[in-house]
Ligand binder design. Structure first.
Ligand code: DP6
Length: 349
């Protein structure tokens, strides 16, 4: 099967309309994970990561400039944002204003179609949409690479959601400006591989420990972190080769071991960070049983208990059924490769 290469977003300056812009972005799931920052201010990851942008759970964000307002206003799913989510959005707007040489406050309205903070990459779609919309609203004309660097400053995984299909985020080298320049995402052309991802929403509640705090604790205290980061480099090059071959078994095996390794580093942190719940383990057992029954299916988990199962599209219904049997009552959504972030035109507002 041949899949069109999906390009990245249009430049942010192209379709801004009167003092405001709306952008739509989709979450991505990393097959090779990002975990840990070597520079928290510039949001520079320790490791390269590689992901698949999905066609479900988009985030839609509108940024309008509000020159007379005393401060920024931020709403998240219709309610005023508070605490850390509000602080992160405003810090991001401050960065955009600094780059644009502007000072006007903004009104930001974000709608997620996925539960926020449940390890389903809402920060990836959220900051990808915010980067695109705010750059356009403030008149910053950035190319896709520069937009991905900007999105990374909001959430490193967001740099990958600028692009459709498969994308790699480079960790970059060096420090300061060199690291900032070298850490960006770009699409990975994978012509003949279009898997399904069966998402088991075993728990849609917000996570107890944010991924940001958890990765800091892991880097600072887990004796396993360095060896996972080293093995992740080999995982990445093997993953790239497996994707080019369209080899689902190899892609799945590498993705599963990379994710389990990441969770092992967290379990070894002091104190331990444990995102995986009994329901997660039940789904993992279901995935093992599927493989024992001859169905190629492989699991990956992020900073939460939900499980994403990679499989052939033709097996997706059977995999979804196995997941439902493993965790009765959980909701299951099947995703495919999705588009890059895009600005909405004025007519769509
Ligand atoms: C486990 O990108 O949410 O999903 O950069 O601190 O915002 P911040 O973290 P975030 O972490 C995502 C981690 C992950 C793996 C991945 O998506 O690569």
């Amino acid at each position: 099967m041949s899949v069109d290469h999906q390009p990245g977003p249009a430049g942010s300056g192209e379709r801004a309309f009167e003092h405001g812009a709306t952008a739509v972005a989709h979450p991505n799931i990393a097959l090779i994970k990002y975990w840990g920052k070597r520079d928290e201010r510039l949001m520079i990851p320790y490791v390269d990561s590689l992901s698949l942008t999905l066609d479900v759970f988009p985030t839609t964000t509108t940024v309008r400039l509000s020159p007379g307002a005393p401060a920024d206003s931020v709403t998240l799913d219709g309610s005023p944002a508070e605490g850390e989510p509000r602080r992160r959005v405003i810090a991001f707007l401050d960065l955009v204003r600094e780059l644009a040489g502007r000072t006007e406050p903004a009104v930001v309205d974000t709608r997620n179609s996925v539960p926020t903070g449940a390890g389903l990459a809402s920060s990836a779609s959220g900051f990808a949409a915010l980067a695109l919309a705010s750059a356009a609203a403030y008149g910053l004309d950035l190319d896709p690479t520069a937009l991905s660097r900007l999105a990374r400053r909001g959430s490193a995984s967001a740099s990958r959601s600028l692009f459709g299909g498969f994308a790699i985020c480079h960790a970059g080298r060096g420090t300061g400006a060199a690291a900032d320049l070298g850490s960006y995402a770009e699409p990975v052309s994978v012509p003949d591989f279009d898997p399904a991802l069966v998402i088991a929403l075993v728990d849609a509640g917000p996570k107890a420990v944010s991924s940001r705090a958890a990765m800091r604790r892991t880097v600072e205290t887990s004796p396993l972190y360095r060896s996972w980061a080293t093995s992740s480099e080999a995982d990445l090059s093997q993953m790239r080769a497996a994707l080019q071959r369209g080899d689902l078994d190899a892609v799945g095996e590498i993705a599963e071991r990379n994710a389990l390794g990441m969770h092992a580093t967290m379990l070894a942190a002091r104190p331990a960070v444990r995102y995986l719940s009994p329901a997660t383990v039940a789904v993992l057992d279901g995935v093992l049983q599927l493989r024992a029954d001859g169905v190629p299916a492989y699991a990956t988990m992020d900073a939460g208990p939900n499980v994403k199962v990679l499989c052939h599209p033709a097996d997706a219904a059977r995999v979804a059924e196995a997941v439902r049997v493993a965790t009765p009552g959980c909701s299951v959504v099947t995703a495919r490769r999705g588009p890059g972030a895009r600005l909405r035109t004025g007519a769509e507002q």
